[in-house]
Design a protein around this ligand. Structure first.
Ligand code: PLP
Length: 387
């Protein structure tokens, strides 16, 4: 039923498919491989520091841009890995998860009526942020190639108009598990430079790449530091999706525009988590390495199970997700049915799209679960036989 209180620009954003599937999964006591959150904790020392911070009295507002220790740790870590430099005083902002960084960036940098290009399938928060800003979303589909997805540079080029203000790119990519090559990101960068566009690079899965594939930081590409807003967070790197501690990195004038919006959205994020994440960024590389190794194994286990059940399974080179192809059937129907047939929940990829028919045969499964949970899920899927 239509709710008269909802403003027009948020009308298209009803209950998400994630909420529906999670609700159905709970009702049916299904294992939820739909939502992408881990069910294991992050590094122990990081958790200890957060507890000590709370008990030790670090419980009031942080500085407006966030704890300087965390801003410094983020900048140092970026420099170490990608040789890109950000001044922690003026070019790093701590946010309430990557989600707030994305919303604040779009609200602070994109005028109403401007266009923002998103690569489809896209994470749903982009669409909502663009709508809140009164801007227009222009979806450019990824291209399926060699069992994964790549950027369609020609289509991207064609989509640019005089009104285009920003391109949002996300690699490693949710929901497909693809990781865009340096060459293709360089081609995207070429378009951004040629048309003087901003690029919002959502790199929340930056540490979660498999098979020795390296993450490319868009801001490290030639001529891109000046026009890139890099967004990331502790959520996926340290198994703390509930801490909602993220960040945005950008040249000072761009970051100032983002802060104009962010300061009235939340003012600041939760203080006691910030020194804990700062510690983890500086000291928990070995933990990340182990986690990535474990995730790769889980990817292999789930991919093999889905293939054994007769599905075409796409390659997953990063993130928490693997996509399977279900042929002629519809993804929403398939996922609803799977909850009852197998006791396992997944997410139809069409939920991430403006062109559902193009993605209706693709279903996303999350493998970021405890080994016991994942094995139980694979047993349930095996028991069904053909999916
Ligand atoms: C692509 C992408 N960006 C951003 C986020 C949100 O990150 P955070 O929890 O730090 O707000 C997610 C979470 O699922 C995601 O998949």
């Amino acid at each position: 039923m239509k709710n008269k209180y909802v403003v027009d620009r948020l009308r298209p954003f009803g209950e998400t498919i994630f909420a529906t599937m999670t609700q159905r999964a709970v009702e049916a006591d299904a294992i939820n491989l739909g939502q992408g959150f881990p069910d294991e904790d992050g590094p122990t020392q990081m958790l200890d520091i957060a507890s000590q911070q709370i008990l030790g009295g670090n419980n009031q507002y942080s500085a407006g841009r966030g704890d300087i220790a965390l801003r410094t740790a983020v900048a140092r870590e970026r420099h170490k890995r990608f040789k890109v430099d950000y001044n922690p005083e003026t070019e790093v902002l701590i946010t309430v998860g990557a989600t707030e960084a994305i919303s604040a960036a779009v609200l602070g940098l994109v005028e109403p009526g401007s266009e923002v290009i998103v690569l489809e399938p896209f994470y749903d928060a982009y669409a909502a942020a663009i709508a809140l800003a009164g801007a227009k979303r222009v979806a450019v589909p990824l291209k399926e190639e060699e069992n994964t997805w790549i950027l369609d540079i020609d289509a991207l080029h064609t989509a640019v108009t005089k009104k285009t203000a920003m391109i949002i790119v996300n690699s490693p990519h949710n929901p497909t598990g693809s990781v865009f090559s340096k060459r293709s990101l360089e081609a995207l960068a070429g378009i951004a430079r040629a048309y003087d566009l901003l690029v919002l690079s959502d790199e929340v899965y930056e540490h979660l790449t498999f098979d020795k594939i390296e993450h490319t930081a868009v801001a490290s590409l030639p001529g891109m530091w000046d026009r890139t807003i890099t967004v990331s967070s502790a959520a996926k790197t340290f198994n703390v999706t509930g801490w909602k501690t993220g960040w945005a990195l950008a040249p000072a004038p761009i970051l100032d525009a983002i802060i104009r919006a962010k300061q009235f959205m939340s003012y600041v994020g939760a203080t006691p988590f910030q020194p804990a994440v700062a510690h983890a960024l500086a000291n928990e590389k070995p933990w990340i390495k182990q986690m990535r190794k474990g995730l790769q194994l889980k990817r292999d286990i789930l991919s093999a199970t889905l293939a054994d059940a007769g599905l075409k399974v796409h390659a997953s080179y990063g993130t928490y997700f693997v996509v399977a192809d279900i042929g002629e059937r519809d993804g929403v129907e398939f996922c609803l049915d799977l909850i009852h047939r197998a006791g396992v929940a997944a997410i139809p990829v069409q939920a991430f799209s403006d062109n559902p028919e193009q993605w209706s045969s693709k279903v996303r499964f999350a493998f970021c679960k405890k080994e016991t949970t994942l094995l139980e899920a694979t047993q349930r899927l095996n028991a069904v036989g053909e999916l």
